[in-house]
Design a protein around this ligand. Structure first.
Ligand SMILES: [Ca+2]
Length: 267
């Protein structure tokens, strides 16, 4: 286990310097294979135009593709080298029901690329709500290929909207302004977007041109250790900087059979 500093423009933009528990690639123990994966369709094999159990891909910055390695079957591919403005224009349409099949052709990017999704929002990709149990600890394991990125777990007391970008504040503010025709209200007293999660945890993954499996084995997630109201979690994958192509597959969340949870073990 090692700690890594991740300095992404997206993180800097919100004043965050992230110290993350970097997941060293490691081989899951044989027992893990038998453990029940709580993430529905974590291997991305099921679906029609987009994998079930997850937000829709957009066909511009996120794609549901067949991997060249037959062992992986279908995987998610991200491209963060897309202009933020083009991403947002298309995401507005996706949020209103457009099909990823009708995605616009990517506008080639030039220059320093701070105006791409890589330099701003990143390409967030959310799972649906997954029930978790009070007092339990969980391992998150994800296969990745491409530059380093982050995975997040967000904990919720109840199921809320799983619509496209539902808990993405920056996107929602622009979307609501577009839907209502009113500019974003920044006057005093205006209620800013309030996300619905009460707990979050993160894991770094990726950083190799080849598929590797990442987990936070020595530090399992304990969503209810300090936030006992959490009943559901959502997985969110977040490739950001550098602008480029990232892949994920086999997102697994499994219950850890271990000693009782230590309080304050989770941030
Ligand atoms: Ca797969």
């Amino acid at each position: 286990m090692r700690k890594a500093w991740i300095l992404a423009p997206a993180a800097l933009a919100v004043g965050l310097t992230l110290v993350v528990w970097a997941a060293d690639p490691d081989k899951p123990k044989p027992a893990d294979k038998a453990a029940v994966n709580l993430v529905p369709n974590g291997d991305f094999e099921a679906g029609d135009v987009t994998p079930t159990g997850w937000q829709t891909v957009d066909g511009l910055s996120s794609f549901w593709v067949k991997d060249e390695d037959p062992k992986h079957g279908k995987v998610i591919k991200f491209d963060t080298d897309v202009y933020q403005s083009q991403g947002y224009d298309w995401w507005m349409k996706i949020a209103k029901g457009a099909s990823p099949k009708d995605a616009p052709k990517k506008t080639p990017t030039v220059g320093e690329k701070y105006d791409t999704l890589a330099g701003n929002d990143g390409v967030w990709f959310w799972s649906d709500f997954i029930p978790v149990e009070k007092g339990k600890a969980y391992w998150l394991t994800i296969d990745a290929k491409g530059p380093a990125m982050l995975a997040w777990l967000f904990g919720y007391p109840e199921k809320t909207s799983a619509d496209f970008g539902a808990d993405e504040g920056a996107f929602q503010e622009v979307l609501q302004a577009k839907l209502t025709g009113k500019p974003k209200d920044t006057s005093r007293g205006h209620e800013m977007f309030i996300h619905k999660y009460v707990w979050k945890g993160q894991m770094a993954l990726g950083g190799s041109d080849e598929w590797k499996t990442y987990s936070r084995r020595e530090k399992p997630f304990r969503p209810t250790a300090n936030t006992p109201s959490v009943k559901y979690i959502r997985v969110m994958i977040l490739p950001t900087w550098p602008p480029g192509v990232y892949y994920i597959d086999n997102v697994r969340l499994t219950e850890v059979e271990d000693k009782p949870a230590e309080p304050k073990a989770e941030k």
